[in-house]
Structures are given as C-alpha cells and as structure tokens.
Design a protein around this ligand. Structure first.
Ligand SMILES: [Zn+2]
Length: 376
C-alpha cells in the first residue's frame, strides 16, 4: 500500500520551524507537482536552494508539512497563483509518477497534495471572510476576526472485496477516466459507521447483499483527500448484479487470481499464440491486431476463446491498433501473453505495467529459429 515505505518513515508531527535552504518543498499546479529534473532525466523533490529566490520570500510562502526520515518537507504556496516553472524544474502529473519516483517520495507527494488542497481552500474564513492564519504548534488555521478554527479535512472511504466462492466482485467506474477493474468503494456518509457504509455501497452500486464483513486494513489516499478502510465480505443471497449506471459502467464476478489470461497478438506474432491459447488453463480473452484482413481468428474461436479483432482498415471490427482495442475493452486479467512486432510489445508491456499485470512477451524476430522464447 502507498504508506508501505519502510525503512523510510513519514513523521506527521507539526513543528513551528523556519525553513532552511536545504529543506525540501512541494509546489503544485492542479494535480501536477514541481520537480527538479536533471540533465540525465532523473527527477527529485526540489530544495529551496534550487529556486534561486530571495530567502525572505521563501520564508513568507513556505508552510511546514512533515518530516520524512529527518528531512523537513514544506509546501510552497504562491497565494492565488502558481509558482512558475524555472530552469531545471518542471511540473509533472503526480499520479503518473507511481513507480517512477521512489515509493517514499510518491507517498510524500500524495500527502502534500492532500494538505495543499486543504490550505488552498481555507485561505479565507468560511464564516466571516477574514484571512486565516496558521496557528502555532498545531496544524490548524484560525480566523483572527471571528476566531473560527479549521483542521485538515479527511474524507473516509470504504472499499470492499466481496467474494462468492472463488469469484471476486469487480467494478468499473462510469464517470471517471479509470479503465481498470476496481473493488467496490465509496465515501462514508455523515452519521454512518464504516460497516454500514460498506454494506450500503455494495448494495447501491451492484444490488447484492453481503455478510461476514471483516476489516482488512487502511491506507491514506491524498489524491482524494481520503483515508480508505478496506474490508472483505461474502455474498449473502442472490448473486444477480443490478448496476448503478450513474456511478458504474460495469460490474462482474471475476475469477480470482491466476485464472484469467489475456493474449495479445499482432501480425506474424499471431500464429505462435494459437498453441499457447489451446494450452493455458482457465479463461483467456484473445486480442488480435492486423494491418488489413484478419487471419486465424477463427482458429482461436474454434477452441472456445473469446476473440477481439483490430485492424488498420477496420476490416474485421475495430479500426486502430490492437492496444487501442485492449484499452477500449479493458479486460480483467491476471496475466498477459503477447507476441508481435517490437513496437507493439513495448506498448503492451507499458500498458500491463500500468495495470499491475504480469506480462510475458515473445519477439517476432526470435521466431525464425522456430523456438519462441518467453520472457517476463
Ligand atoms: Zn472569521
């Protein structure tokens, strides 16, 4: 989970401390974070010294956030404006830096983004319109005019893994650009327990009842200003799903780990996949990409596989690349097998990595010897 950054440790304790030139800082532009980008392309959290800004100005704009393994981390707030990019520094979308930044830096960024949003929304007092000031010794903002005090807002979310035997209930959002399958989740209502929220969310979104609700664990999720409480539960009664189309685009009972594969083939990479498709156990969905007329797709269907076809001409169904088709359908998979041109394999490997699915690819070039060699 995002907070698993051992041996690093995020120390949340608030400190009244003046910034120093070597302290780290975060600055945001929407969901983008300002990072120091070196000539070799590596990225790191900047320190104040990198800014080349008068230090009196830094002191005026910096807000203490937390310490990470003894390193003090600040937020740099440019009131009503965004700190401009400067040489060697660039704004990058934080969500896309998972796996690129070290885990501790990604977690620190998500937590900083959460706090940055709270500070931004609380510049003015919601009661009288006065300008709030930072309290000493604690993370709170007070209004000097009416005395109103606010603390960081954290919205609790529940997430539930519902099982029925060896099947797991998975859903896809309808209102967000998130193509992958996810567990049922939702915000907790005022006056509701976490357990009640879990039961309500599962019922509202998918129309089923649950029993045996058990707490699993939690994780902070700064991107939505949340803390997520995870639960497991079993199906109680009918497994018939009734989807809330206002929130979801799909819900389905999916086989649990290790049982479902996706096979992706392009051009001359398709023939060697047929034997693989016959041999692998469990369910497998097949995606085939062609320049023009499809071939062998019937052979895959012949042994009971569900087959999707893409071609550059639209011949056979989808017009576009096989990966565009995969991204459109967003299949549920525990494992991906792919064979085809190098460029396609590169794109498939990147897609699978984003989805967190293990992938095995085989290069067309290696096929010449008649011995396809699989590699992860
Ligand atoms: Zn006020």
């Amino acid at each position: 989970m995002i907070q698993d950054i051992f041996p690093y440790r995020l120390d949340h304790a608030f400190r009244d401390r003046e910034p120093e030139p070597e302290d780290c800082f975060f600055s945001f532009r929407g969901g983008e974070v300002l990072l120091r980008v070196s000539e070799n392309g590596s990225r790191r959290i900047p320190v104040f010294h990198d800014l080349g800004m008068p230090f009196a100005e830094v002191r005026r704009l910096a807000v203490f956030l937390f310490c990470m393994d003894g390193v003090t981390v600040y937020l740099l707030r440019q009131q009503g404006d965004v700190l401009p990019e400067r040489e060697g520094m660039q704004y990058l979308p934080l969500r896309e830096l998972d796996g690129i930044l070290p885990g501790w830096a990604y977690f620190a960024g998500a937590t900083a983004l959460h706090l940055a949003g709270w500070y931004e929304r609380n510049v003015y007092c919601g009661r009288c319109g006065g300008v709030r000031t930072q309290d000493r010794g604690r993370r709170s903002l007070s209004c000097p005019d009416c005395g109103d005090t606010v603390y960081p807002a954290i919205a609790p979310v529940v997430m539930v893994a519902v099982t029925d035997g060896d099947r797991l209930l998975m859903t896809k959002y309808g209102d967000r650009p998130l193509p992958q399958w996810v567990l049922v989740s939702g915000f907790v209502e005022a006056g509701e327990t976490l357990e009640e929220a879990a039961e309500r969310e599962v019922y509202e979104e998918t129309g089923i009842r649950i029993r045996g609700l058990k707490y699993f664990g939690s994780q902070p999720w700064g991107f939505s200003g949340s803390v997520i409480a995870g639960y497991t539960a079993e199906l109680d009664g009918s497994d018939q799903l009734h989807i809330d189309t206002g929130e979801l685009s799909a819900a389905a009972w999916q086989p649990q780990a290790g049982e479902r594969s996706v096979i992706i083939g392009g051009g001359l990479g398709i023939p060697p996949l047929l034997e693989l498709s016959k041999r692998i156990p469990g369910e497998a969905e097949v995606f085939l990409g062609y320049a023009d007329a499809p071939f062998m797709d019937g052979d895959f269907r012949g042994h009971g596989r569900k087959v999707h076809v893409a071609s550059q001409t639209g011949n056979g169904g989808f017009r576009g690349t096989v990966l565009e088709l995969v991204e459109t359908i967003a299949p549920f998979a525990d494992r991906v097998y792919a064979c085809g041109p190098r460029q396609m394999l590169q794109a498939v490997a990147e897609w699978a990595e984003r989805q967190g699915i293990p992938v095995q690819v085989s290069m067309e070039e290696r096929m010449a010897c008649g011995m396809p060699r699989w590699r992860s």
